[in-house]
Design a protein around this ligand. Sequence first.
Ligand SMILES: *Cc1c(COP(=O)(O)O)cnc(C)c1O
Length: 379
Amino acid sequence: MKDIFVTSPLLPPLEEFIPYLEKIWEKKHLTNGGYFHQQLEVELASYLGVKHVCLFANATLALLTALQALRITGEVITTPYSFVATSHTLQWNGLTPVFADIDPQTYNIDPDRIEELITSKTTAIMPVHCYGIPCDIKRIEKIADIYGLKVIYDAAHAFGVKQGGESILNYGDLSVLSFHATKVFNTFEGGAIICHNERIKQRIDYLKNFGIAGETTVVAAGINGKMNEFQAAFGLLQLQHIHTAFEKRMALDAYYRELLQGVPGITTLKIPENIDWNHAYFPVRVGQNYPVSRDEIYELLKKNGIMSRRYFYPLISNFPMYRGLPSAAETSLPHANHIAEEILCLPIYPDLDLSDLERIVNIIKYPFVSVNVQLDKAS
Ligand SMILES: *Cc1c(COP(=O)(O)O)cnc(C)c1O
């Protein structure tokens, strides 16, 4: 039986990509803000419902640049419940991550924990819209306004997510999207900063191109963060297929929920009302009254060729380069530590077969039967 991974990239039919490649060959303009780069920035802004898009080679470079663009210094309050890139980009900018615990319902940074962590060195908040579920954007905005802090959202999971009909990327000073192969919308590797005015877009565009502002003018110590024409062209093609991809994801999500309903010890993610979600992930909690532990069911699925993922375990705050920080203490992050022990992300991607989904659910429903099958095979 074929292995099933937690995600599989959205790849439109190959023949549809050929005309884009022909155009690149014809123009011989491979990078540095070429034809497709410009077009993708415009089309993405319109599709996402945002003012400006600055494309990047990946989201990590975009996060690094976002922090530079706003001249962030000192301490940044962030979540330990994320992919390591969130904190790493703070560290690479010489900033100190300060971890705040998460809300046990949404898995996002808990606004109640932010205020108590603010010091005279705090200059920004970097929340994550975990699994694409919006943070409490209104309350974060209020705290930021009161204390004069910048807000940079790691929106790597939040492509296309809306709340009350409006893109959540319009909140905060900047938001960063990832177009990595494993994300809902991909350009092989890629990312973008979403910003709200022309002036900041100009600064970001300089910073991602070595700070070059003219033939003989360099205005800042920039980096090379540019997206190339191959990536941008692929993004344009993929944009034509994203609607169908979202519809398939939504159907898979609904089927999982239907089949997993009432399975003792398994809890699915609660989707808040009034959001248009992207169904980027299918996380479940493996609780105390489930017959085996989270790690046991993870291993059992793996033995059956199903690669679920423990996103996010271990917590960022428990990795060696961060665990010495005062804010990383397990006792101050009880919810994040608890959820990291119980979380399991099940496979979800547009091409996932319903029969494979049923097989995954059956293993979760009947772990002991699945163990026996496995033992029979081994003997
Ligand atoms: C994927 C991801 C990133 C990094 O994105 P890249 O495009 O791979 O650099 C950052 N933060 C979060 C939360 C992610 O999931």
